[in-house]
Design a protein around this ligand. Structure first.
Ligand code: TYM
Length: 328
C-alpha cells in the first residue's frame, strides 16, 4: 500500500488553519493509504521555546489530532524525538545538501528575519523534514501550500543522495488536497500561531466568538450600509467550510446589497464553527481525562515507526560505507 507521511509542529494550540489545511485531510487519507503522522518536536525547538511547556504542547497536539478523528488503529501517530533515527538520518543527509539552497528557503528567510538569533537548526530545518519523509520511503506527503518548497527540496535531496550512493529513496509527491492556504484573522496572511491571527480548533463557543469578532472583513466596507464584496472577505471565505451552500449564497447577496452587517455574518460563522467542532471538543475532553491512553497510543506509534526507521537507517549506513552493526 502507498505510504503517506506528514508532520505537524507542537507549537501552541491547534487552529483552523491546521484543521482545514491539514488534519481533516490526514484523517481522510487513513482510509486509502498506510499513513504515518508525527508530532515534530525537534522542528519546534529551532525557534525560542519554553522547555517546561514543550511536553504539555506535545500532549495537547496528540489530544487534538486524536480528537479530530485520527484513529490509532488505522494510522501510526508518534512523537518525532521518540524515534532517534530522524536526527541520525538528518545528519547523513546534511552531507549531500548544498548550503546555498538552504539559505534560499522562504520559510528560513522569513523566520530568520524575525529572529534575534538564527541557529544552524533553523537553517537545517528542511533537511530534518526531508529525513522525516525519506526515513519511511513515503511517496505522498499531505501538506498546506506553505510546505511545497520544503517538499521540492526533499525531492532534490533524494535525487542528490541517490546520485551519489545508488537509487534508493523515492521522490515524494506533495498532496495539497484540502490544504489550501487558510488566511488568519487579519484577512491577509496565513493563519499561524506565530502571527497571532488564529481561530482555535478546540475553543469553547465564547473563545471562537472572541476570535471571529476581530476578523478583518472587506476593508472597503466602512459602514454597515455600504455594500461589501464577499470575494475579498476572509470571513466569507471561511463560511465555505462551515455554512451550507444555500445559506452562503444568501449571505453573499445580502453582503453585496448591504442587508447583512459584518457582525451578524461573523456571528453566523462563529456558530457554524462551534457547532461543527462540538464533537471534537467533546472527544478532546475525554482524552485529556485519560492521559495514560494518549501516552500509550504515542508509545505504540513510536515503536511501529521505529521498526521501519531502523531498517532504512541500516541500509543507508551500508550504502554510505558506515557500519551499522553496533546498532543491531
Ligand atoms: P506546521 O506545523 O506549520 O503545519 C502543519 C500542517 O498544517 C498546514 N498549515 C496550514 N494549511 C493551510 N493554511 C494554514 N493557515 C496553515 N497553517 C498550517 C501546513 O502546511 C502543514 O501541512 N514543516 C512542517 C512540519 C513538518 C512536516 C514534515 C510536514 C516537519 N516534517 C514532514 C510534512 C512532512 C510545518 O512546519 O508544519
Amino acid at each position: 500500500m502507498t505510504r503517506v507521511f506528514s508532520g505537524i509542529q507542537p507549537s501552541g494550540d491547534l487552529h483552523l488553519g491546521n484543521y482545514l489545511g491539514a488534519i481533516q485531510n490526514w484523517v481522510e487519507l487513513t482510509d486509502r493509504y498506510e499513513c504515518i503522522y508525527s508530532i515534530v518536536d525537534l522542528h519546534a525547538i529551532t525557534v525560542p521555546y519554553s522547555p517546561a511547556a514543550l511536553e504539555q504542547r506535545v500532549f495537547d497536539m496528540a489530544v487534538g489530532l486524536l480528537a479530530a478523528g485520527l484513529d490509532p488503529e488505522r494510522c501510526t501517530l508518534f512523537v518525532q524525538s521518540a524515534v532517534p533515527e530522524h536526527a541520525q538520518l538528518e545528519w547523513l543527509l546534511n552531507t549531500v545538501t548544498p548550503l546555498g539552497e538552504l539559505s534560499r528557503m522562504t520559510q528560513f528567510k522569513d523566520k530568520s528575519e524575525r529572529a534575534e538569533m538564527v541557529s544552524a537548526g533553523l537553517l537545517n530545518y528542511p533537511i530534518l523534514q526531508a529525513a522525516d519523509i525519506l526515513l519511511y520511503h513515503a511517496e505522498l506527503v499531505p501538506v498546506g501550500d506553505d510546505q511545497l518548497q520544503h517538499l521540492e527540496f526533499t525531492r532534490e535531496i533524494a535525487r542528490k543522495w541517490n546520485a551519489r550512493f545508488g537509487d534508493y529513496f523515492p521522490e515524494p509527491q506533495p498532496m495539497i488536497g484540502g490544504g489550501k492556504r487558510i488566511r488568519g484573522l487579519d484577512g491577509v496572511s496565513k493563519m499561524s500561531k506565530s502571527r497571532d491571527n488564529t481561530i482555535p480548533m478546540l475553543g469553547e463557543p465564547e473563545d471562537t466568538w472572541a476570535a471571529v469578532r476581530t476578523a478583518v472583513t472587506d476593508p472597503a466596507r466602512v459602514r454597515k450600509n455600504d455594500p461589501g464584496n464577499p470575494h475579498v472577505c476572509n470571513v466569507f471565505a471561511m463560511h465555505e467550510f462551515f455554512t451550507d451552500p444555500e445559506e452562503r449564497e444568501e449571505i453573499e447577496v445580502r453582503c453585496q446589497t448591504a442587508t447583512i452587517g459584518c457582525v451578524e455574518c461573523k456571528r453566523m460563522l462563529a456558530e457554524g464553527i462551534s457547532d461543527r467542532l462540538a464533537p471534537i471538543r467533546e472527544r478532546a475532553r475525554d482524552l485529556r481525562a485519560n492521559p495514560d491512553r494518549v501516552n500509550a497510543i504515542l508509545a505504540d506509534g513510536a515503536a511501529r515507526a521505529r521498526q521501519i526507521a531502523r531498517v532504512t537507517l541500516g541500509e543507508v549506513y551500508d550504502r554510505m560505507g558506515l557500519d551499522y552493526s553496533a546498532h543491531d
